[in-house]
Design a protein. Structure first.
Length: 484
């Protein structure tokens, strides 16, 4: 799997606005757009089309800038989430929720920075795991995390019930546990049935199996992707720490009301690896509840048939619920998957997303290839060619450790990509042909940072009104980071 996980710094946020900041805690910003899940919604396109205040005329150094800084106790890997009009005390507030790798969750007022609650979710008598606890990862020199590895994946919030879900990891140094928590967003208190320990088994003879069963390993399995809430089920996915095996790509689903486990899916039950992380982007889901995710390097098919759905490492997957598991409804595996596996160029580094109001799912991998897939007929595996909607090659420098974003204007649609070692690109998407137009792309002079941390981007606009769209790096509506 990939070797960087896109951290944010301890001094987390600057709130920005083009209007006067209210000082009365009973007054909230009249423009309230909730961000209850990673990249705004389950398309994972990162587009907020309800930004009514900002335009190209008022976003300038005189009217738009830093308001305040919020300090947290450790690094933040999950995207901060926002819920508008939360009733706390005697008033409604816009609240920002932040989770750290120290297993601490904060609820701050998004308009004035007031702290409403702060709670630790480390298991009693334990501490958060650290990078040094991953003793076999990267040959014993694991540095993908620089310290604690507590809450990493972006939580998800059910605004209707006022519940936030997240995974917190704890250890004694020898025993490792992961717990799914469900807490009230008003006060941080656990709801009934929370927390529940994450455990699972699947039938198979793959890596780490014993007597035909594979058991979930709470030490080795890395919960990096954002959580997904769909049809009353909270889905949690897992990858690895620097390919330290045995590990597998797991998807576990829990009833949102009771936290009872409902779904267990292992992407490689008779093989190895197949972890899911996508630079922290959550699994996408469509209106029918189908799930879309990309697995990293690992076993493809079985020993005689690479098209078998049983083991689907190095693949984009459309998954549908089938009783207590998921089934592969469609998939795509690059024709050169073995080369990708052999050279640590795994598929699925970029956060994939569903292009809104279309049939298409955009994905990419470490080799710099961007794949546009029909979400219902992804292309399968053909050894001679990639039978997909389109492949756009950005070059080997673009390792695609990034999160892409989307915007639809009055006349054109754009896909924004900014990987490490590569310039910011705005590539048009043409509805007539359902293809990207790389010849018509706009390329900036700015090159992404070196290393393995590209941009995490999102877009805000007032619908498709031209002159209101802004593409932000490491940002969602009215939130950006400060560098200490």
């Amino acid at each position: 799997m990939v070797k960087r996980k896109l951290p944010l710094p301890f001094v987390l946020m600057l709130l920005v606005t083009c209007t006067e900041t209210p000082t009365d805690t009973s007054t909230t910003n009249p423009q309230s757009v909730s961000v209850p899940t990673q990249h705004n919604d389950n398309t994972r396109s990162g587009w907020n089309d309800n930004e009514t205040a900002l335009t190209t005329s008022n976003v300038n150094v005189q009217q738009f800038g830093a308001v305040f800084t919020l300090t947290v106790d450790d690094q933040v890997y999950g995207q901060p989430l926002v819920v508008g009009h939360v009733f706390i005390g005697a008033f409604y507030h816009n609240v920002v929720y932040i989770a750290t790798v120290n297993n601490t969750v904060y609820a701050y007022d998004g308009d004035n920075g007031r702290l409403y609650w702060r709670k630790s979710f480390t298991a009693p008598g334990m501490r958060p795991p650290r990078n040094t606890d991953m003793t076999g990862a990267c040959g014993g020199t694991y540095q993908d995390f620089s310290g604690n590895i507590g809450i990493v994946g972006t939580p998800v919030i059910d605004a209707a019930s006022g519940t936030m879900y997240f995974v917190a990891r704890s250890t004694t140094g020898s025993t490792f546990v992961q717990y799914l928590h469900a807490v009230n967003i008003v006060d941080g208190n656990e709801i009934a049935g929370s927390p529940t320990e994450i455990t699972a088994t699947s039938s198979g003879n793959g890596d780490g199996s014993l007597n035909g069963l594979i058991a979930f390993d709470a030490q080795r399995q890395n919960q990096r992707q954002g959580l997904t809430l769909v049809n009353g089920v909270v889905y949690v996915t897992f990858a690895s720490h620097c390919d330290w095996g045995p590990y597998h790509g797991w998807i576990l689903g829990y009833d949102a009301a009771t936290l009872q486990q409902q779904v267990v899916y292992n992407a490689t039950p008779n093989g190895y690896a197949g972890g899911m992380w996508q630079s922290g982007t959550g699994m996408a889901a469509d209106a029918q509840g189908s799930l879309y995710v990309v697995t990293g390097n690992g076993t493809v098919g079985n020993s005689v048939d690479p098209t078998s759905p049983t083991n689907r490492g190095e693949s984009a997957l459309k998954l549908t619920r089938s009783g207590s598991t998921l089934q592969v409804a469609s998939y795509f595996t690059p024709q050169d998957y073995q080369f990708l596996n052999d050279n640590d160029l795994d598929y699925g580094t970029m956060g994939g997303f569903l292009i809104p109001n279309s049939l298409y799912f955009l994905t990419a991998g470490k080799d710099g290839n961007v794949y546009l897939l029909n979400k219902d007929a992804m292309g399968g595996y053909v050894p001679s060619a990639n039978q997909v909607q389109q492949v756009v090659a950005l070059g080997n420098n673009a390792n695609m450790h990034c999160q892409a974003a989307y915007y639809k204007g009055s006349a054109k649609e754009f896909i924004y990509l900014w990987s490490e070692n590569d310039p910011l690109r705005a590539i048009p998407f043409d509805r007539a042909s359902n293809l990207m137009d790389p010849q018509g792309q706009v390329v900036s002079s700015a090159v992404g940072p070196a290393g393995q941390s590209g941009a995490v981007m999102s877009v805000s606009s007032n619908g498709s009104t031209d002159g209101t769209a802004f593409c932000g790096h490491h940002t969602h509506r009215a939130v950006t980071r400060s560098i200490p």
